[in-house]
Design a protein around this ligand. Structure first.
Ligand SMILES: *Cc1c(COP(=O)(O)O)cnc(C)c1O
Length: 910
């Protein structure tokens, strides 16, 4: 794509930022050079240099493997330009299309190798293996370089025709190489570790080595004996889904008893049959491949069944026999009707009381996502959130939450009767959006509740991670500091967009479950109690609120009750059908609320949940466990590509820009000094440090594209792109649109986007050139209005006194439910048109205007008024400036719906 890729730093194998595409690029480059050479340009020296670059990496991949690479080198060395070009093309195409995974011919190097070692039937992927899913197994063994070929052949000889999957071995000889291999090669799904391998790689890997040293995983920190288990542990931390097998020829029993051996799926005595290993490996894959519900649904669909229950569409007869709706059948195909059922027996299960394959599917999802329990939800995360609120929050309980969170949280609180204590996120006024909630504001609210003796009321902290625009919390730090104030606080992390993050080692520590993992490990470490006690001593008896705010608080590991919930819209970031959502539970006290969760399921789940949705949740889990790592890495790389291409393009960047970290996150929240993904010299290590330390970081896959500088408001630009170019965006703001890359994007999508942006930019240039000074002035005025005349964002004002009967003196919570139901009594309500002078009079001299309902403009999509909230001048100003059409809860003709102040106390339910 651009020549940056030619810089030496990106050539080093420990440059992990953009590996999926970098490999493809290297092959494409080699292929192009080979063609040039064939046509008499270029020379063998250049070819050799390119091949050397490739060889540095290819040891981490099974295909094309040593033999094919050797024949390529032979052809180059022999000056056979034509033959080299043919082979380079074959290899590069196979890698780009991934055809080697199913096509035995791609592996064929027969005619070149003069004498294949006797007894080895080299290409062994036979034709009947075409539809067997393919993966690679890393083999870490001493002398892997010299013995590599043997290892590969040894593993191939284990293949049996009845195997459900097929794999190739990737041998490496050191700890460092093993780490690099599982980072670079997403096809690796299993790892076999022999004893006796080295620590250091023979390749130059300075960044990796520094990083391992900081994690105490360098040669100096690990004793030779300890290498295998330390490696298993390290690999699991990077890719927890991998199955790890340990082959040892001594103390197998003792190894198996080591605590860290929990990272290992099976310890085998290495003189035992290798076939045993082979069977274990296949079983391990099958354990991820199995989709209990989906598998049964397929079986169910194939059975001849007469139905005498509701759901006439089941089996499709009412569709396919109809003269009038047959096209629906033709469009969807027969299977979907065969798989429709209202049965919960005969191979299916009940989502409301799962005891069979749904239960199993949920347990497998829990394993995959790092939770203790998972609930499948078929009404979207909107419902998952309401379920959590209902199950955990009782009337009067206080929930601290971001006023900008998704409306399901606000409505969940109305239903549950919990009192919201709204905390404002930091504003990004220039772009008409909010960031995330600063930890200091959360701590302050908790400390104030404590000061008033009302901390026991605070039940839950509820935050959106990441936010719509990509702000990622430091989930671990937030939970630790809050737990230092209240050790049994519950956390609900709405990760509607962020479910995929589990499969990125960069992002995982910032997920709810990743942080819960880290905190659990920290709680088991004896040093943690010491750290806590040392800090207590330092803080003294009665530390002031200021002191507590500026200290990074350490909780008492002995007191913590770790109660973490996560909801995610599986359909937003993984391959689930729309509305497929999961609710993850990691709560040491879950037993005490389990019955409440069942009530919440009964309250919110349909009694006719959709079978296809449940099946797609099951399948989405399978996909992520087997290929999630590579897919997510690809999505991240694509996002970095878009960021780079847009911001560096000489014409596009005049009118458009993807906001980087500095614009999205104020420097005070970036103590680790991370600047941006695109900063020259920025390394993945900087990013890792930022992910670890900074208060907020940015999800690279969520890209705010500023279009105001091109004279478009967000809505207008989104419509233009959809109508004229078939490119769909996510949400909009006054002067930006949000682009998102996900696991289905390819580099062609990037190319298409860039092409379109260039076309639009060129058109602006031509129009400006044609229109002369007038056009330039109009354009500049339009840009100014979009970029600088932006309305101030209204913070949450406060609840009206009437709805604060149960609130603290200094803390801002309110009885939103009573206010919500006040609006049901017409005599207690009034309407005021937004532009009426009465509005201004009341702002000036009262009585206060009390909102009767939620008012949610799209964009920005957060409630600028909630029931019982006193309407401030800022809110009115914002609404009057707002030029969006869609405002939920507001009828322009009637005006603002208000609760009459003299009626405010009428319907309070104590
Ligand atoms: C989309 C979204 C929801 C709701 O999820 P659905 O699956 O659409 O019901 C909840 N929270 C956030 C932050 C969201 O973005």
């Amino acid at each position: 794509m651009d020549k940056q890729a030619a810089e030496p730093q990106e050539r080093r194998i420990d440059h992990f930022f953009s590996f999926p595409g970098a490999r493809a690029d290297r092959w494409r480059e080699l292929h192009a050079a080979a063609r040039e050479w064939e046509q008499g340009r270029g020379d063998a020296t250049q070819m050799r240099a390119l091949l050397e670059g490739i060889e540095a990496y290819e040891g981490f991949f099974a295909y094309p493997g040593g033999q094919l690479l050797a024949s390529l080198r032979q052809r180059i060395d022999a000056g056979q330009a034509g033959a080299a070009a043919t082979l380079a093309q074959r290899l590069s195409e196979s890698i780009l299309t991934r055809s080697y995974k199913s096509d035995a011919e791609d592996w064929d190097s027969g005619e070149i190798l003069s004498d294949p070692p006797p007894g080895l039937n080299t290409p062994t992927l036979s034709r009947d293996q075409h539809h067997r899913p393919y993966f690679e197994m890393l083999v870490v063994a001493p002398g892997a370089v010299s013995r590599g070929r043997n290892i590969i052949e040894q593993m191939r000889r284990l293949r049996r025709s009845e195997d459900a999957f097929t794999y190739e071995a990737v041998p490496v000889g050191s700890f460092e190489d093993a780490i690099i291999a599982i980072i670079l090669n997403p096809a690796i799904a299993a790892v076999t570790i022999y004893e006796g391998f080295a620590h250091d790689s023979t390749a130059p890997v300075p960044v990796l080595r520094d990083f391992l040293a900081s994690a105490k995983l360098d040669a100096a920190h690990i004793a030779g004996d300890d290498l295998p288990l330390s490696l298993a542990d390290a690999l699991k931390r990077i890719r927890p889904e991998l199955d790890i097998y340990l082959l040892s020829d001594r103390h197998v029993e003792r190894l198996a008893g080591d605590l860290r051996a929990s990272s290992v799926r099976r310890v085998l005595y290495s003189v035992e049959e290798l076939l045993e290993l082979h069977l274990c490996v296949l079983e391990g894959i099958d354990d991820r491949f199995r989709t209990p519900f989906f598998d049964n649904l397929k079986k169910y669909a194939m059975r001849p069944i007469s139905t005498f229950h509701a759901l006439p569409i089941a089996r499709g007869k009412s569709v396919f026999k109809s003269d009038w709706i047959r096209d629906m059948g033709e469009f969807y195909g027969l299977n979907i009707f065969l798989a429709e059922s209202s049965a919960t027996t005969g191979g299916l299960d009940s989502l409301l009381e799962p005891t069979g394959n749904i239960k199993l599917a949920q347990e497998m999802a829990a394993r995959a996502f790092g939770a203790d329990h998972v609930f499948f939800v078929t009404n979207g995360t909107s419902t998952s959130n309401k379920m959590v609120h209902q199950a955990l929050v009782a009337p009067g309980d206080i929930v601290l939450l971001d006023r900008n969170c998704h409306k399901s949280h606000h409505y969940g609180l109305v239903l549950a009767g919990g009192q919201p204590l709204y905390i404002d996120a930091f504003p990004m006024t220039e772009y008409s959006m909010y960031g995330a909630v600063p930890l200091s504001a959360i701590k302050q609210a908790l400390l104030e509740l404590k000061a008033e003796g009302r901390l026991d009321r605070a039940k839950m902290v509820d935050l959106t991670n990441c936010t719509f625009d990509g702000h990622i919390y430091n989930t671990r730090r937030v939970m630790e500091e809050c737990l230092a104030i209240k050790p049994d606080l519950i956390f609900l992390w709405d990760e509607a967009w962020f479910g995929f993050a589990r499969w990125s080692p960069f992002l995982r520590p910032r997920t709810a479950m990743g942080a819960a993992d880290a905190i659990s490990a920290w709680m088991r470490d004896p040093a943690s109690v010491e750290a806590y006690e040392a800090q207590q001593k330092e803080l003294g008896k009665k530390p002031s609120i200021e002191k507590l705010l500026e200290t990074r608080l350490i909780p008492d590991p002995r007191q913590i009750r770790l109660r973490v919930y996560q909801t995610n819209s599986t359909h937003k970031s993984m391959s689930a059908l729309r509305q497929g959502s999961m609710l993850l539970v990691r709560d040491v006290d879950f037993a005490s609320v389990e019955a409440q969760f069942h009530e919440a399921v009964f309250t919110h789940a349909s009694t006719s949940p959709n079978q296809q949705l449940i099946a797609s949740l099951d399948v989405a889990r399978r996909q992520m466990e087997l290929e999630g790592y590579g897919l997510v890495a690809n999505a991240i790389e694509i996002a970095l590509d878009i960021r780079k291409e847009v911001n560096a393009h000489p014409i596009i960047s005049k009118y458009f820009r993807v906001l980087g970290v500095p614009e999205m996150i104020p420097a005070k929240y970036r103590s680790a000094g991370f600047v941006d993904f695109l900063t020259p010299g920025a390394d993945w290590e900087d990013q890792v440090r930022s992910m670890h330390e900074d208060e907020f970081c940015l999800d690279p896959t969520r890209m705010t594209l500023v279009c105001g500088t091109a004279g478009f408001d967000g809505t207008q630009f989104k419509k233009l792109m959809a109508d004229d170019y078939d490119i769909q965006f996510n949400k909009t703001s006054r002067n930006s649109v949000l682009l998102q890359s996900n696991i289905n994007n390819t580099r062609s999508d990037v190319a298409n986007l860039i092409r379109v942006l260039l076309e639009i930019s060129r058109k602006i240039e031509t129009d400006l050139a044609k229109g002369g000074e007038n056009a330039a002035a109009t354009f500049a005025a339009r840009v100014k209005s979009l970029m600088t005349d932006v309305p101030d964002l209204p913070n949450f004002s406060h609840f009206h006194e009437a709805y604060r009967w149960d609130a603290g003196k200094t803390t801002p919570e309110g009885d939103m439910r009573s206010a919500f139901y006040s609006a049901y009594y017409a005599e207690g309500c009034e309407y005021l048109p937004l532009d009426s002078p009465d509005v201004d009079t009341r702002l000036k001299s009262g009585p206060e205007m009390i909102s009767a309902n939620f008012v949610i403009p799209y964009p920005p999509g957060f409630p600028i008024m909630v029931p019982g909230q006193v309407i401030s001048k800022e809110t009115i100003d914002f609404m009057r400036k707002l030029d969006v059409k869609e405002i939920h809860g507001f009828e322009r003709a009637k005006g603002l719906k208000l609760i009459r102040p003299d009626h405010a106390k009428d319907h309070i339910r104590k």
